[in-house]
Design a protein around this ligand. Structure first.
Ligand code: AMP
Ligand code: ZN
Length: 499
């Protein structure tokens, strides 16, 4: 049974999907006026990890994430740059998708754009007006907060004590305060201002408020109620409180069954902000760092805890990842060189038990509110056990089978977390010159760099066994000259490429 922390209930609860074997989830997407920062990336990576785990546990997941492509920030940027809001939104939507791909975040099942869903929003606003939860003032439509007896249920606020929220809502009202019947009310629909994007509606030309977008799109693509609504913790109030209020008042049913929120990312223990100069964009980080190392860093902190980002932690995460990759390469290599008939060199039963224990601990950690740091810990434990078992040994075929149980577990569980191990890609960055070297010294006639290296290693071993030292040295020197490192071990020569 998976347990998750539900923001609304303020505690961990059993996760019971509304339809057996299915999970329908909605995670608020970006406002596309700029490239996303690593704080946004933290939230998107957290929910990507949650989705991948749910899929691995056998659920058919429908994952909807919107793109907010009409908003004041987009309109302001367009005005500054002398472009249309649609041009700005189109550019940053494309860049957002590219950034997500670069970070290894899987595409949502459906990625609706606000500007393409206006009819669904108008329909929901109209039903709120019809039911007396919203009112029209000169082309604007406002939600009447006090008409919802449950307002505050998600964020744990009391309408009469909403001083701080009050200020946030007022800021959002943008000078239209005097039009509202109550300062707590918020805009569902905004009357058009000259030069701004606008759509026809029963209240005249205008555009949707931010909160109504997510209500309309989740309703349209998932149906109500759906299972999980997610986003960063900063969205609990007012955004999610407002989404919940509108949807439940407009549709007369529960909106989302569970609410999940990821913690905020800070940089060097400070809030990320332009004025502090510590505003880090995802694509800038990925210019120097491997995406899977960034994910490793992110997942080493529980998704609900605050995450402290630093370049030093980035290096540590990369080193941790490299240790796993090296352990797998060493184990693979030992298995490839296992000899038929050799005596068993390690305790295969124990290693198999360790691999199963790792799988069990991983699932137990992830079932407990997606505890990825503990899940990673169980993988690291198996990596250590496997390393110790394999080190400096000549394996039998039975040993190799036990080692494969461990390497399979490590690879599979890392991929559930979305961490792609580099040695998994099957690609090498061997220089093409090695093919000519192999043609020259090993009679190799193919065009594959990996095969060429294997042919050279074989040719060197043959030359040594025939005591043709000149030829053996020529192969070795040729490989070293191209940037390879050769290590002679009891099981034969081990070649790696350092570049
Ligand atoms: P926005 O485009 O600002 O609506 O943000 C998109 C997503 O990123 C939302 O789910 C936010 O909650 C999340 N987010 C924004 N800033 C941070 C941060 N510093 N740490 C974690 N998540 C964030
Ligand atoms: Zn939303």
């Amino acid at each position: 049974m998976i347990r998750l922390y539900d923001t609304k209930q303020h505690k961990k609860v059993d996760f019971v999907p509304l339809r057996e074997g299915e999970v329908r989830m909605y995670v608020c997407g970006p406002t596309v006026y700029n490239r996303i920062h690593i704080g946004n990336a933290r939230t998107f990576i957290s929910f990507d990890m949650i989705r991948r785990y749910l899929e691995w546990r056998g659920f058919a997941v429908t994952f909807v994430q919107n793109v907010t492509d009409v908003d004041d920030k987009i309109i302001n940027r367009a005005a500054e740059e002398g472009r249309t809001a649609a041009e700005v939104a189109r550019e940053y939507t494309e860049v957002f998708i590219a950034d997500m791909h670069a970070a290894g975040v899987a595409d949502p099942t459906i990625r609706p754009k606000a500007t393409e869903e206006i009819p669904a929003m108008i329909e929901l606003v109209q039903s709120l007006v019809d039911k007396g939860h919203a009112y029209v003032v000169d082309g604007d439509v406002y939600f009447s907060v006090r008409s919802d007896p449950h307002y505050g249920a998600l964020s744990g606020r009391n309408v009469d004590e909403m001083e701080s929220g009050h200020r946030e809502l007022r800021a959002e009202g943008q000078g239209l305060e005097e039009r509202k019947r109550d300062p707590l009310d918020f805009a569902l629909w905004k009357a058009a201002k000259p030069g701004e994007p606008a759509w026809d509606s029963p209240w005249g030309q205008g555009r949707p408020g931010w909160h109504i977008e997510c209500s309309a799109m989740s309703h349209k693509y998932l149906g109500l109620p759906f299972d999980i609504h997610g986003g960063g913790q900063d969205l609990v109030f007012p955004h999610h409180e407002n989404e919940r209020a509108q949807s439940e008042c407009g549709c007369g049913t529960t909106f989302a069954n569970y609410w999940m929120h990821s913690g905020m990312l800070q940089v060097n223990s400070e809030k990320m902000s332009k004025s502090l100069g510590n505003f880090l964009l995802l694509h800038e980080i990925l210019e120097d760092a491997r995406p899977q190392a960034l994910r490793m860093l992110m997942l080493q902190t529980h998704y609900r805890s605050p995450l402290d980002f630093s370049l030093a932690r980035m290096d540590e995460a990369d080193a941790a990842l490299t240790r796993v990759e090296n352990a797998l390469s060493a184990a693979d290599w030992a298995c490839q060189n296992a000899t038929d008939g050799a005596p068993d060199a390690l305790d295969g039963a124990e290693l198999r038990t360790n691999a199963q224990a790792c799988r069990d601990a991983f699932a137990q950690a992830m079932d407990d509110d997606f505890n990825a740091p503990a899940a990673l810990g169980s993988i690291f434990t198996l990596v250590g056990e496997m390393n110790a078992a394999v080190a400096d040994k000549m394996l039998s075929l039975a040993d190799a089978e036990a080692v494969v149980c461990a390497t399979d577990a490590i690879r599979e569980l890392m991929s559930v977390l979305g961490i792609v191990l580099e040695e998994d890609t099957g690609e090498t960055d061997y220089p093409v010159e090695v093919i000519a070297l192999a043609a020259d010294l090993a009679g190799y006639g193919g065009a594959d760099a990996m095969e060429a290296v294997e042919a050279l290693i074989e040719a060197r071993a043959r030359a040594r066994s025939e005591k043709d030292w000149a030829r053996a040295d020529a192969v070795r020197d040729g490989l070293i000259g191209l940037g390879f490192v050769i290590e002679d071990t009891p099981q034969g020569a081990k070649v790696s490429y350092e570049g």
